[in-house]
Design a protein around this ligand. Structure first.
Ligand code: ATP
Length: 211
């Protein structure tokens, strides 16, 4: 689905517009503080901008009149520090969003969650709670959670930044596979991520220095 958005958050100095073509992975680049994370959280529905709009395919996620809450956007958002529910197992964390995505049967939710954990290479850890996972394993679980519900749009904020040099290339390769054909907006300072994952790059310019 095509994403067309304009996010205006004056108190953060953010006024950013861009479009992502259907199925494309668009990398948002720009210096620290220009508003990349702010844009993702607005499109995800975590932060309400003062003005602007976001349209995903035929749907309006927000504009000057409308505000669809995050849980009804069908947008998968991996925040910069994704939080897994500490009291739930990896499998239950991934299954959690599936009920809202309309998967009624509990058995089916478990199966889908297990399948995504397998795809991300952590199926054998499905019964562990987050504190029993390494950083890389938790990140794979968080990625599985984002993708399992079949989002119309995927938003990834520095998905590999917390991973060590040995783990990051593996997960980067996995992401390249699972993101193929899904409309995605990626924020990453890593050139390797952008080169491996992005079809296009939009650079957010730094705001002019204030007087
Ligand atoms: N929770 C917040 N409350 C108020 N201002 C914030 C908040 N988060 C970020 N900002 C400010 O909003 C502006 C945009 O920040 P944002 O995190 O979106 O930038 P970014 O491009 O993602 O930066 P980075 O590359 O460092 O992650 C910055 O000036 C920042 O200081």
């Amino acid at each position: 689905m095509r994403l067309d958005c304009h996010v205006v958050v004056p108190e953060r100095g953010v006024d950013v517009a861009f479009t992502a073509a259907p199925g494309e992975t668009l990398a948002l680049s720009g210096a620290n503080g220009v508003g990349k994370s702010t844009v993702l959280s607005a499109v995800a529905g975590w932060l309400r901008p003062e003005a602007g709009h976001a349209r995903l395919g035929e749907r309006t996620l927000f504009d000057e009149h409308a505000w669809i809450p995050a849980r009804r956007r069908n947008v998968g958002y991996l925040a910069q520090d994704p939080l897994l529910f500490p009291h739930l197992t990896a499998e239950a964390n991934v299954a959690f969003g599936l009920r809202r995505a309309g998967v009624v049967s509990r058995a089916e939710r478990r199966e889908v969650a297990r399948d995504w954990l397998d795809r991300l290479g952590v199926g054998h850890l499905a019964g562990r709670r987050p504190h029993q996972l390494s950083g890389g394993q938790a990140q794979r679980t968080a990625i599985a959670r984002v993708l399992a519900s079949g989002p119309d749009l995927v938003l990834l904020d520095e998905p590999l930044a917390a991973l060590d040099a040995g783990t990051a290339p593996q997960i980067r390769e996995l992401l390249a596979q699972v993101l193929a054909g899904r409309t995605t907006v990626l924020v990453s300072h890593q050139v390797a991520d952008v080169e491996a994952l992005a079809d296009a790059v939009t650079t957010i310019p730094a705001p002019p220095p204030s007087a």
